[in-house]
Write a protein that binds this ligand. Structure first.
Ligand code: GLU
Length: 448
């Protein structure tokens, strides 16, 4: 609950201005709520207007993306880039191509990204972008033409020292390749302006795996520190079947867990013997198919229509890796009822506030997205370093750096939580630790 007068004033203002952006309000409320003890202890933040500046993006770019489909018809989509905060580095964050994308969704993602990037300890500000373009069912040539049209406008606003986009939902190696090619052509410049690039043109080893692997490193470390436990022998429910879910499944299996589910926007599969990841990879990475195919190919596996049902599968650990607000109060209650003790988030803001309240009431270990899924952007930061050095590190070197960053996020979060009287609270700790660094940089740089 908001009780601090300054925090309340700032939130009221956001509500007045952005009342039509529910996801953004949700993200802001959660952060402001947990920052109250910090604000109370540090009057300089109010004196410097840090919170009212933090919740207002430095810049929002919104543009038309016109392209021609395979049938020769003109299509028009909306493009966005929200340059939220550059206090500790160039704007950094992914691009999402999905029909649900609008300004409020990009703003919530950009806002989360500020604190997430800060937690990685690397010098990256917060930004996010995307379009309501839906690559599903589009040909490669259509995706290429869309990406070229999108980058034609975006290229005016980004640069290796200004703003460095990457992937997010539906933006992977293929899209980043087309986007990079178009930037290079327009600007006549070969630079690390995007991350998640192909290995042949400046990409980093372990970037593809980073968010999923990082999620498991984070979860394993939190389990070790808070519960003296591990993944060994645990049953894990994972939603999604994109990049994050696939590599979370791979690492969880490697760490001794049995992952029993995968899902997409149509439904989920349950495999009591444990998900055969080579089949999921073949379906999703091989030919962009639907997860339903898994049950057709694997005897003993079941397919269920609708993705919310995945949370009714009994498990010890749940790793939501699909999208925002995928776990509501009822799903959280179903998880608890079936014995789930840990929820760590691979997707961005996958739990509604009511679901988080259920985790807290029942004493679950809850690892919030901006900490638990920071591995992706962390390796993006490492990709930027490698591009600047003009060299590339080995997989093992990069993976080891990722692991140590994820472990340090757990430690930083717990230390911050303890300092402000919220011992053991990974959510408050992540918000506080991420915020303090950005806030101090904002104060030091003056009113901007
Ligand atoms: N989209 C990812 C995220 O939510 C990665 C962003 C990046 O690598 O810049 O953090």
């Amino acid at each position: 609950m908001l009780t601090n007068e300054y925090v309340k004033r700032v939130y009221d203002q956001v509500q007045k201005r952005d009342g039509d952006q529910p996801e953004f309000l949700q993200a802001v409320y959660e952060v402001l709520d947990t920052l109250q003890p910090v604000i109370a202890k540090h009057p300089e933040y109010e004196a410097n207007g840090v919170l009212e500046r933090l919740v207002e993006p430095e810049r929002v770019v919104k543009f038309r993306v016109a392209w021609v489909d395979d049938a020769g018809k003109v299509q028009v989509n909306r493009g966005y880039r929200v340059q939220f905060n550059s206090a500790i580095g160039p704007y950094k964050g992914g691009l999402r191509f999905h029909p649900t994308v609008n300004e409020g969704v990009i703003k919530f993602l950009g806002f989360e990204q500020i604190l997430k990037n800060s937690l990685t300890t690397l010098p990256m500000g917060g930004g996010k972008g995307g379009s309501d373009f839906d690559p599903k069912g589009k040909s490669d040539a259509e995706v290429m033409r869309f990406c070229q049209a999108f980058m034609t406008e975006l290229s005016r606003h980004i640069g290796q020292f200004t703003d460095v986009p990457a992937g997010d939902i539906n933006v992977g190696a293929r899209e980043i390749g087309y986007l990079f090619g178009q930037y290079k052509r327009i600007r006549d410049e070969y630079s690390g302006v995007l991350t998640g690039k192909g290995l042949e043109f400046g990409g980093s080893l372990a970037r593809t795996e980073a968010t999923g692997y990082g999620l498991c490193y984070y979860t394993a470390e939190a389990l070790r520190v808070l519960k003296n436990d591990s993944f060994e022998g645990k049953t894990v429910v994972i939603s999604g079947s994109g990049n994050v879910a696939i590599f979370a499944t791979e690492k969880a299996q490697e760490l001794g867990a049995k992952v029993v589910t995968a899902s997409d926007s149509n439904g989920y599969v349950y495999d009591p013997d444990g998900i055969k990841l080579d089949i999921v990879k073949d379906i999703k990475l091989g030919h962009r198919g639907r997860i339903k195919e898994y049950a057709e190919r694997v005897p003993g596996a079941e397919y269920h229509e609708g993705c919310a049902g995945v949370w009714t599968v009994p498990c010890d650990i749940a790793l939501p890796c699909a999208t925002q607000n995928e776990i509501d109060e009822a799903s959280a209650e179903a998880l608890v009822k079936n014995g789930c003790k840990v929820v760590c988030e691979g997707a961005n803001m996958p739990s509604t506030p009511e679901a988080i309240a259920v985790y807290q009431k029942n004493g679950l270990l809850y690892g919030p997205a901006k900490a638990a899924n920071a591995g992706g952007v962390a390796v993006s930061g490492l990709e930027m370093s490698q591009n600047s050095y003009r060299l590339s590190w080995t997989f093992e070197e990069t993976d080891a750096k990722l692991k140590s960053i994820m472990e340090s996020i757990v430690a930083e979060s717990l230390a911050a939580a303890k300092e402000y009287g919220e011992e053991g609270d990974l959510m408050a700790g992540a918000n506080i630790a991420g915020f303090v660094k950005v806030a101090n940089a904002m104060v030091a740089q003056g009113i901007l």
